[in-house]
Design a protein around this ligand. Structure first.
Ligand code: DX5
Ligand code: ZN
Length: 228
């Protein structure tokens, strides 16, 4: 696995989601936004945990040749235990599994032993109590601000109570944990999520569906930093 640092915990990070890029020329999209982004968010869907099917380890392996970024792989799949090693071998730096699939303690241990940054995600309607017991064992908590499966959905502001609660617990416990939001992040909603306490911002449509994705990424970062 290529060692890529995730950067200082808690700092603003822009993570473009390649789900909204042109799958026929992913490398071009990834290189295009490189200068104004921090991580690369890779959305993996299995047609089972979510209705959609996207990409797997071979695509991660190919993209690794075009990017030195921290690869933040969001596994929206029912049996992540079967694929974690393949993603690690392909060049994933961090993997995020969903708490809704179960077996969370075992998955965290497996990710740790593979040398992956350990992420745990929760759907918008999953309560904070479902992820709270694992906080001290994570590198990343992802609180979905849209239901997983598709890009371009509306930001769910009602998730901000959960983001605030997570930020409180992270700060109280002095936990070395990044707090990520994903779904409907744009120049307006990024400020809302930043104020609530998130520090890693996934954005698909707000970057790749814009005429100038590089400028769009820069705009997002400015908006996040201004609203701290
Ligand atoms: C959706 C994915 C997201 C998605 C976000 O299930 O997890 O990462 O690409 O797309 P936008 O930013 O367009 O809502
Ligand atoms: Zn995602």
């Amino acid at each position: 696995m290529k060692e890529v640092a995730s950067g200082p915990v808690g700092q603003v990070r822009i993570a473009p989601s390649i789900l909204s890029a042109d799958f026929g020329s992913l490398a071009t999209g990834v290189e295009l936004v490189d200068a104004q982004t921090d991580w690369l968010h890779v959305d993996v869907m299995d047609g089972h945990f979510v209705p959609n099917i996207t990409i797997g380890p071979p695509v991660v392996k190919s993209l690794r040749r075009y990017s030195d970024k921290f690869f933040d792989c969001h596994l929206m799949i029912s049996q992540p235990d079967r694929y974690l090693e393949a993603f690690r071998d392909a060049g994933a730096n961090g993997c995020t599994v969903h708490v809704e699939v179960g077996g969370t303690s075992e998955l965290i241990a497996q990710m740790r032993s593979l040398g992956l940054h350990v992420g745990l995600a929760a759907n918008p309607d999953t309560p904070f109590s479902a992820v709270e017991p694992y906080l001290a064992d994570l590198d990343l908590l992802l609180l979905m601000t849209a239901f997983p499966g598709f890009g371009g959905q509306a930001f769910m502001g009602e998730v901000m109570d959960k983001v605030r609660l997570a930020r409180e617990r992270i700060d109280e416990g002095h936990l070395a944990l990044n707090l990520e939001v994903d779904g409907g992040i744009d120049p307006d909603t990024i400020g809302v999520a930043r104020k609530a306490g998130a520090n890693v911002f996934v954005a698909g449509n707000a970057i790749f569906a814009r005429p100038d994705p590089l400028a769009a990424a820069a705009t997002l970062r400015e908006a996040a930093l201004l609203s701290a």
